[in-house]
Design a binder for this molecule. Structure first.
Ligand code: PBG
Length: 327
């Protein structure tokens, strides 16, 4: 029915009716809190390119886990910044059962067992060259050799008590290999969240400063992360990962890839997460600092957009702020 029988503005005239007719409403239940941990003594070290985000020592990470519990945030995704002296060509430190990541997992699980702990499976925070895997003499990132190490890294994380292992490296076949490694070692309930559609992106810049892989990184990641012109490829990649045993999948970055979030959740019907990455965070912070946009309104709007597109959950450095704003 046409105007004036139909006046769509009627349902927007007051807060009470807007609330009643709102289709999507993110809550704290949708949030995964992304944090950076470091292996030094200092409790918190600010990340220059991410105002408001600090690298945390283990004690501060434990406090964060308790805060997550208090705020009703279901899970934490942890990323390590290790001392450069521990980095080498093959990322050996990633397999150390007493390294920063396993120690942080154990400490957080002891303090707040109800909070899910998600660990990144990838070698970039541990390699001297900043790539996610092993490189050959030409600098090419080797697939199968890397995958073998990723399986070991995931097992170290599972042994330390990680609830979810989240491969973010984009090697072929790593989900199947990790799933079978976990099964054989008896970790049948460890979840795999696959970064199934992870794109080459300018928006990872601040993160690479945060974990200290930026200065090291030689070249780019175009031979393994996806080309941002592609959408069909995201569907193929994600379908493969589900077949290989992923329980949940991730699209990354977030805001520029809402179409991918929507396609994957609609077409593949799998819990689909989205990563609101460091560069997206930094862009909002920088303009908010200049008084150009309202940070709180912006982050709630973005979070609603992710839900509207079909995301089951959102990985964000703003989880604590959002949990309070969404109450
Ligand atoms: C790589 C990895 C990246 C991020 C987390 N793990 C991307 C990259 O460096 O290529 C980015 C997270 C962010 O930007 O917030 N394993």
């Amino acid at each position: 029915m046409a105007f004036p029988a139909n006046r769509p503005r009627r349902t927007r005239q007051a807060d009470w009716v807007r609330r009643l007719t709102r289709e999507t409403r993110p809550t704290a239940d949708d949030l995964i809190w992304s944090i950076i941990v470091h292996d030094g003594e200092q409790p918190r070290i600010p990340v220059q390119a991410m105002p408001g985000v600090d690298r945390l020592n283990i004690e501060e990470a434990v406090k964060t886990a308790k805060t997550a519990l208090d705020l009703g945030i279901p899970a934490i995704a942890m990323f390590p910044n290790i001392d450069p002296s521990k980095k080498d060509e093959t990322g050996t430190e990633a397999l150390n059962p007493n390294g920063l990541v396993p120690e942080a997992i154990r400490a957080m699980k002891a303090a707040a067992p109800e909070v899910g702990i998600i660990c990144d499976v990838a070698l970039d925070p541990f390699t001297s060259h900043g790539h996610d895997g092993l490189i050959d003499n030409d600098g090419y990132v080797l697939n199968d050799e890397t995958t073998e190490l990723l399986v070991k890294q995931a097992l170290v994380q599972a042994q330390a008590g990680a609830d979810v292992v989240a491969p973010s490296d984009m090697m072929d076949g790593r989900i199947g290999a990790i799933r079978s490694g976990l099964e054989h070692a008896g970790y049948t309930n460890t979840l795999i969240l696959s970064y199934a559609a992870k794109y080459v992106s300018a928006f990872y810049g601040p993160y690479r400063e945060a974990v200290g892989s930026a200065t090291a990184l030689k070249g780019d990641k175009k031979t393994y992360q996806m080309d941002f012109g592609n959408s069909e490829e995201a569907i193929r990649e994600t379908a493969l990962d589900i077949e290989e045993g992923a329980d949940m999948v991730m699209v990354k970055p977030g805001l520029p890839y809402l179409d991918i979030v929507q396609r994957i959740s609609n077409e593949l019907k799998v819990p689909t997460f989205v990563f609101h990455v460091s560069g997206e965070y930094a862009a909002i912070q920088a303009s908010a600092e200049r008084g150009w946009i309202d940070e709180e309104l912006a982050i709630v709007e973005i979070t609603s957009a992710f839900k509207r597109a079909g995301a089951s959950g959102i990985v964000t450095y703003n989880a604590d702020k959002l949990a309070k704003l969404l109450r």
